[in-house]
Design a protein around this ligand. Structure first.
Ligand SMILES: Cc1ncc(COP(=O)(O)O)c(C=O)c1O
Length: 456
């Protein structure tokens, strides 16, 4: 007879063993993908298996394909290393198996979202009156924020988009930076506005919006308008001037959404807060918790200055959903999902563990390490392709082919992992320092590996 205590303890031990091993194991070992997939089995199992057998098989099959993203030398994409408190909070959330629809169904899940949401707003400098949705990540946050924007700008023209859709609606324009993240375009598609609704605004050398050009674009804009700004360009870390841009947008009657997947967290640090100056003037904001706040995947936050607009765009009610449409808004009213994972526990745990000083220290520490990468690689003769304003660094090693070859060798070397990108027509190695466990020694060791791969 299976003992659940043994099973869960074995799983937890396997997880802690993995975490202890990330320091030593290659960050992203080469994977034979077909063999990896076959390791999970080929034919549909006919007979049942005891859970401990399933656990063993899973551990064995998955191990060769687990990347050490949680480790201190993973610098690809924008990946944080899940904090221990946030990880155990998520483990409990899974164990409690709460469908976090509303407070009738899952009271603790909704209560913790309220507290964690208040804390997040205070950390980020978002007005306390804003509503908060706990979403899968910045993609869902952008979609919900832009849905609120769509509701508002059309309602201001007398159009109820939730009822009438977009078929005969006034045409909505989405004024966006030409270096916006690809998720913004996907949100525009999903919301039926289409990518053709995007009116691009020029950006400066580091990818922040050119405010003079924004002003010109807004002068010409007529009809319902949404301005989508960015805090933290995924390549360079550049942050749009929120203060001036919000003032211009509001003077033109537009709604402002800020995509701050990782960069919004700069607001939590007194040293970097100036990059998000004016944040409180926007109308909706999206960010991730699974990136810079180091919460496990998946976890993001959407904030809307007008809870009524947020709920009008996102919520729904049904007779059988006891408690829906009554009392305080929250939970599923502010997201796309209905029966959803209880994400609030992990966000609460991360902020509770770090405190506001710890979140500031995390931002400052990782930005200092990004600077250290740029200084050391720059001194060694590599080209630093961006102005390092946050935790992102672009590094070139001569021509594009050489840069790609260095990236390839670094990825196979296993000391650290960096991806590649194209920025302003050139290939670069892209370094993102987002993990609270990364140390100066990790950066030094990674720089050595990169230089070894560049000039063997
Ligand atoms: C600026 C920006 N917006 C949106 C996203 C999408 O975030 P996610 O994949 O967590 O939904 C990212 C991801 O890196 C990003 O950097």
């Amino acid at each position: 007879m299976n003992d659940p205590d043994d099973l869960f303890t074995t799983a937890a031990r396997a997880m802690t063993r993995f975490r202890a091993s990330v320091e030593a194991r290659p960050v992203a070992p080469p994977v034979d993908f077909d063999a990896l997939r076959d390791g999970f089995g080929t034919a549909l199992p006919i007979n049942s298996s005891p859970p401990e057998v399933v656990l063993n098989d899973l551990l064995k099959a998955a191990d060769p394909g687990i990347t050490a993203t949680v480790g201190p030398r993973y610098f690809g994409f924008v990946v944080g290393g899940a904090l221990e408190s946030a990880t155990v909070a998520d483990m409990l959330a899974l164990g409690w198996d709460q469908p976090a629809f509303n407070a009738t169904l899952a009271p603790a899940s909704i209560a913790v979202e309220q507290v964690a949401g208040e804390w997040a707003k205070e950390l980020l400098g978002i007005p306390a009156t804003a509503s908060v949705g706990f979403v899968t990540g910045a993609q869902e946050a952008n979609t919900v924020g832009l849905a609120a924007a769509r509701h508002h700008v059309l309602a201001a023209r007398g159009w109820d988009v939730e009822q009438g859709g977009l078929q005969d609606a006034p045409r909505v324009q989405a004024v966006v930076g030409d270096e916006r993240h690809g998720t913004v375009d996907r949100s525009l598609r999903l919301l039926g506005l289409g990518t053709a609704s995007a009116v691009p605004v020029r950006t400066d050398g580091n990818g922040a919006i050119d405010v003079e050009h924004l002003e010109e674009v807004l002068t010409e804009a007529d009809g319902p308008t949404i301005v989508c700004l960015q805090s933290g360009n995924v390549n360079t870390g550049a942050c749009d001037d929120l203060e001036r841009s919000c003032a211009l947008a509001h003077a033109a009657g537009a709604w402002v959404h800020v995509d701050g997947a990782f960069g919004l967290w700069a607001a939590a640090s007194p040293a970097f807060r100036h990059l998000t100056r004016g944040i409180e003037h926007a109308d909706s904001w999206g960010c991730d918790a699974h990136k810079w706040l180091n919460v496990p995947y998946d976890s993001g936050l959407v904030f809307v200055s007008r809870p009524d607009v947020h709920a009008a765009a996102a919520s729904y009610v049904a007779a059988y959903l006891v408690g829906s449409g009554q009392g305080t808004l929250g939970g599923s009213d502010f997201v796309i999902g209905s029966s959803r994972r209880a994400r609030g526990f992990a966000v609460w745990a991360a902020i509770r563990e770090l405190g506001s000083s710890g979140v500031a220290a995390l931002v400052e520490h990782t930005c200092a390490l990004a600077r250290r990468f740029a200084d050391q690689l720059g001194e060694a003769g590599a080209e630093i392709g961006n102005e390092v304003v946050l935790n992102q660094v672009l590094v070139g090693f001569g021509d594009d082919a050489t840069t790609d070859a260095v990236i390839d060798r670094v990825q196979r070397d296993g000391t650290c992992w960096m991806g590649g990108t194209t920025w302003r027509g050139r290939r670069y190695m892209r370094i993102s320092v987002s993990n609270h466990t990364t140390t100066e020694a990790d950066v030094d060791r990674s720089v050595e590996a990169v230089l070894r791969c560049w000039r063997p």
